[in-house]
Design a protein around this ligand. Structure first.
Ligand code: PNS
Length: 180
């Protein structure tokens, strides 16, 4: 739990995998808040999204990608997002918004979250123009079809994706097995 005077935000998502667009939100969010907790969801809420990395792998990749941010921590998201935020002393959930196509889904989630816990607010950061086309699902598709991922995902993720798609074992820093 955070100190009472700390401004804490939760940044939730599936992060399958974390992209440079996500990292942009992390960097900007970590400048706005004393602490940002990245909450990695156990599985995508969208059954159409075929996961490339399991939860422990995604946690390790997000931790590696954000290792240079002192005020950012990474945890598995358990239960309802608003309950997770409340139990970690966060009053704000931050999200990136890329295009109008994101809006309907985000609005429904924000309204539901508000209904569940009105004291938790949602803050949307507009994606930087150069990242507005990047999504984890497109990155997965490009990777599966052999396209270049430079500038779309951090190098640690690029290496992990190459290994996964070749069927090789991943060598990930900080694999945390306490949440399996
Ligand atoms: O990266 P994604 O897949 O868009 O992230 C979706 C996520 C994890 C933010 C959403 O599924 C979520 O908040 N899950 C936690 C469970 C929850 O609180 N569900 C009710 C949301 S209205």
């Amino acid at each position: 739990m955070a100190a009472p005077d700390q401004r804490v935000a939760v940044y939730p998502g599936s992060f399958d995998p974390i992209t440079v667009g996500h990292l942009d939100v992390v960097v900007r969010g970590s400048a706005l808040f004393d602490r940002v907790i990245i909450a990695v969801a156990p599985a995508s809420s969208n059954p159409e999204k075929r996961p490339l990395f399991d939860l422990e792998e995604r946690l390790a990749l997000v931790r590696a990608a954000c290792a240079d941010r002192d005020n950012v921590t990474v945890e598995p998201l358990t239960g309802l997002l608003v309950d997770f935020a409340a139990s970690h002393g966060a009053r704000v959930v931050i999200k990136g918004l890329r295009a109008v196509s994101d809006f309907e889904y985000e609005l429904a989630m924000a309204l539901m979250n508000h209904r569940l816990r009105p004291e938790i607010d949602a803050l949307y950061l507009m994606a930087s123009a150069e990242h507005s086309f990047i999504s984890s699902s497109l990155v997965r598709e490009v990777a599966r079809l052999g396209g270049a991922l430079d500038g779309l995902v951090p190098p640690v993720v690029q290496r992990a994706m190459a290994a996964r798609l070749k069927g090789e074992p991943l060598s990930l820093p900080e694999m945390d097995t306490t949440h399996t």
